[in-house]
Ligand binder design. Structure first.
Ligand SMILES: [Zn+2]
Length: 69
């Protein structure tokens, strides 16, 4: 795979959000804020998920537990 995942981070110091492209091996590594802060948290990646949000959850494990209603 040549696609590098994009991870979204939010800086707890200044509140800005920024995207970081990195390999999955480094997904959980801390990323410095563009403004120079180190106190950042990784958000759930929204980039690259467009078009998949409406995909039906198949494979079981969901409706069997009653969580689907
Ligand atoms: Zn910052």
């Amino acid at each position: 795979m040549s696609d590098v995942p994009t991870y979204e981070f939010r800086c707890k110091a200044c509140g800005s959000t920024f995207d970081v492209k990195r390999s999955m091996d480094d997904a959980s590594a801390p990323a410095p804020c563009p403004n120079g802060h180190d106190d950042t948290v990784k958000l759930l990646s929204m980039a690259g998920l467009s078009g998949k949000a409406d995909a039906p959850a198949t494979g079981g494990g969901c409706c069997g537990g009653g969580c689907c209603g």
